[in-house]
Design a protein around this ligand. Structure first.
Ligand SMILES: C[S@@+](CC[C@H](N)C(=O)[O-])C[C@H]1O[C@@H](n2cnc3c(N)ncnc32)[C@H](O)[C@@H]1O
Length: 208
């Protein structure tokens, strides 16, 4: 019960947007969005879009589809993106038929994989590996690091209970049939961040 209350507090949009950055020294997902490198003719799926933080970074796209299982976060994202053209927000799980219909060029999994069990992550990554015309997926997640006690303390405080080592995240992507073409360990905020994030760029197998 206490743990459910803690999860609700951390999931509150105000806490997520304003309190969490104060605690971890700032939150800036520019590195991940730069890695996804969205072009003006590209269709984007953002799984675990949360409160719509991606819209701080996305300046051009053909269409944006955000999916999140938390309806409160999606409502916040709806307010934040009101008036922006071609933004579609869905308060539910992404399913394979969505990918077949939307046919995204690129997919963002921003701070999502550490919320998913191995089976859930393999299901999602496997769907992405089978998506026609997909060019790139960028993932970014917290990770425990040897001797980095403050980082590891924040990892334990996180709502996501499936944080993994870099090798653990890469093994999941490869088991799902995706190629890991770039990795980067970077601070959650370039100058003040007290916690580290592990980024992966994933691409589908060449011959499908
Ligand atoms: C740490 S937040 C990240 C939000 C956003 N990507 C960002 O970078 O600010 C993780 C989000 O994933 C959502 N989530 C967890 N499991 C999910 C799933 N299976 N499908 C979609 N969203 C999920 C949570 O509701 C939460 O909003």
């Amino acid at each position: 019960m206490l743990s459910r209350l803690y999860q609700r507090i951390l999931g509150n949009p105000f806490v997520y947007e304003h309190v969490r950055p104060l605690v971890v020294g700032g939150v800036d997902y520019t590195t991940a969005w730069n890695d996804l490198d969205v072009g003006p003719d590209e269709v984007i799926v953002d799984v675990g879009c949360g409160t719509g933080d991606g819209h701080k970074h996305l300046t051009r796209y053909k269409a944006y589809h955000g999916f999140d299982t938390d309806p409160i976060a999606v409502d916040y994202a709806r307010t934040r993106t009101a008036g922006r053209p071609n933004v579609h927000l869905h308060a539910r799980l992404l399913v394979e038929s969505d990918l077949q219909t939307i046919k995204p060029d690129k997919v963002m999994l921003g701070s999502l994989l550490h919320h998913l069990s191995d089976d859930e992550a393999l299901g999602l990554l496997g769907m992405l590996a089978r998506t026609p015309n997909l060019k790139r997926v960028t993932t970014v997640d917290n990770t425990p690091l040897p001797g980095r006690y403050l980082n590891n303390f924040f990892v334990r405080l996180d709502r996501g209970q499936h944080s993994r080592t870099a090798e653990g995240y890469m093994a999941l992507a490869e088991r799902a049939g995706l190629k890991v073409t770039r990795t980067l360990l970077h601070r959650i905020h370039p100058t003040r961040g007290l916690m580290m994030l592990f980024l992966m760029r994933l691409e589908p197998p060449a011959a499908r």
